[in-house]
Design a protein around this ligand. Sequence first.
Ligand code: GDP
Ligand code: MG
Length: 218
Amino acid sequence: MVDPTFDYQFRLILIGDSTVGKSSLLKSFAEGKFAEVSDPTVGVDFFARLVQVRDGCRVKLQLWDTAGQERFRSITKSYYRNSVGAVLAYDICNRESYEHIPEWLVEAKRHIAPHEATLLLVGCKHDLASQGYREVSLHEAQDLADYHGVPFLETSAKTGLNVEEAFTVISQNIYNKVKSGEYRVEDGWDGIKTGYFQRTGLGRPGLMEAQAHHSSCC
Ligand code: GDP
Ligand code: MG
C-alpha cells in the first residue's frame, strides 16, 4: 500500500499546445504507462505522486492536466492561481509547439503571480528523434531555457527517458525555495500545502516513524 503521508504538497500545472504529449508525460510519471493512442477528450483532471527531495523530505506532487484548454489559451485562471509552478511542454517534432513556448511562459508567469512561478521546460517525444522526425534541436531549446533561466530536459513518455528526472528537478527547485523562505504556505492558496508530518510536528508521542523520518529531513 502506498504510504499517504507527506511533508509538503506542491501543485503544478502542465501547459503547452495540444498533442505535444502532456497527458502521456503525466501518465508515464504517475502510472508508469504509455498509450500509443490516447483520447484527448478522456482524461483525469490531475495526477498525484510522491517524490523524495534530496534531504529525504517527502513531497506529494499534484499535477494538473489541461485537456481541451490548449487551443484557445483558455486555461481556467484558478488552475494557474492555485499552482506554484508549471511544466512547459513542447513536442521536439513539432516546431510550432516550440515557438509557442514563450507565450505559454508569459501566460504562466502572469497568472501564477503574485507568487513567483517555478518553471520547467520539457521537449517531449525524444524517442522519435532517432526516426528523423526532430524539428527542434537540443541546443536551441537549451539556449531558450538558459535565456529564461528555466531548467530544461528532453523526455520520452514512451521510453521513460528523463520522466522521473523532470519532476524531480522541479520539485527540488520548489522545495529549495520553501526552505529559503521564498515560498510560504498560505491559507487560501493551494500552490504549497503542508502534509501530515509538518502538521503534526516533531515531538508527537507514538509517532516513532514520523520522528525517525524527521530526523533526516526538513
Ligand atoms: P497532449 O494533448 O499534450 O496531452 O498529448 P498526448 O499525451 O495526448 O499525446 C498526443 C499523442 O502523442 C498520442 O498519440 C501519444 O501516444 C503521442 N505521444 C505522447 N508522448 C509521446 C512520446 O514520448 N513518444 C511518442 N513516440 N509518442 C508520444
Ligand atoms: Mg492531454
